[in-house]
Design a protein around this ligand. Structure first.
Ligand SMILES: [Zn+2]
Length: 306
């Protein structure tokens, strides 16, 4: 297996691991740049089909940024605010809840989405009022979009370099790309090793640090505007480590989507929020050193690479 970032050879660092629902995989790491990827014993398409039951998927939808959003949403809001009322055309890849697109619409941004799920696409069209809904990248016009947003998508892609090359074509010269993904240099990755939670998500297959993302984007003709890591996700990391250590994964259907957290008691919500804020402040030096739990990368497509 060759590295998708630097094309050097990768070595297997862990064999026969089990993901959340019991899919078997080997973990590979590039011996030069450290990019990591999974080699699953089943195809990613089969894993998707199993994990993303169309009905459970749609139940998770929120459609709007929640009040008191976490930092993950704050930076997206700030970017959409900058784009407001400027005739910007925005394409989001894998829009999930559709919250970014809904917010962009409120800011008079022309919106487009790309997703493989027909059910999601109906949702984006009808509930998020998206202007152009695509399920095939080949139907999207080249050199057309001022900005592409891709949050928590690239870790689900088996060939990220091919994907970024295809998306680059859709962006105008001088246009922006905004990417977020879990950070494989996160402090809790170093603590929990192969039991780090993003590895265990069935359809996570590619694991990046900040340098990997930047190198990939620069190779596709982007200049870096901003890049950072943030947060620690300490509670989630610990919680999922303890839970997953207790029980063996089994090939059961993913359980029904969790209820909207707005239904949990108010005092629990504020307690959780308080603990998260405290741990994020305590862990801030880690984020500053590129060891936060999430990567945010913002790049601009170079003028001469149209
Ligand atoms: Zn490499």
């Amino acid at each position: 297996m060759n590295c998708h970032i630097c094309q050097s050879s990768c070595e297997c660092i862990s064999r026969d691991q089990l993901s959340d629902h019991g899919f078997v995989y080997d973990l590979y790491r590039c011996h030069i740049c450290g990019f990591e990827s999974k080699l699953n014993s089943e195809s990613i398409e089969d894993i998707y089909k199993f994990v993303y039951d169309e009905n459970s998927f749609i139940n998770k939808r929120l459609g709007k940024f929640k009040k008191g959003s976490n930092p993950e949403r704050k930076y997206l809001k700030a970017i959409m605010d900058q784009y407001a009322n400027r005739g910007i055309k925005l394409l989001e890849i894998g829009p999930g809840s559709g919250a970014t697109l809904s917010y962009a619409k409120e800011k008079n941004i022309v919106t487009a989405s790309l997703d493989v799920s027909e059910k999601n696409n109906l949702y984006y069209e009808n509930e998020c009022d998206v202007d152009y809904v695509f399920n095939d990248i080949n139907d999207i016009q080249n050199n057309f979009y001022d900005a592409v947003v891709m949050t928590h998508v690239i870790e689900h892609v088996t060939n990220p370099s091919e994907m970024i090359a295809a998306i680059t074509k859709k962006i105008k010269s001088g246009g922006d790309i905004i990417i977020s993904t879990p950070n494989s240099n996160a402090i809790f990755k170093h603590i929990f090793g192969v039991k780090w939670w993003p590895y265990l998500i069935d359809d996570h297959v590619s694991f990046f640090n900040l340098q990997h993302i930047e190198k990939l984007l620069m190779a596709n003709g982007f200049s870096t505007i901003n890049k950072y890591t943030y947060g620690s996700n300490m509670i989630h990391s610990l919680n999922s480590y303890l839970k997953r250590n207790k029980k063996k994964p089994s090939r059961l259907k993913p359980k029904e989507a969790p209820q909207d957290s707005s239904e949990s008691p108010e005092h629990l919500k504020s307690l959780r929020k308080m603990i998260m804020s405290i741990t994020d402040v305590l862990m801030a030096p880690c984020a500053w050193m590129g060891m936060g739990y999430e990567i945010v990368y913002i790049g601009k497509k170079n003028e001469f690479d149209s």
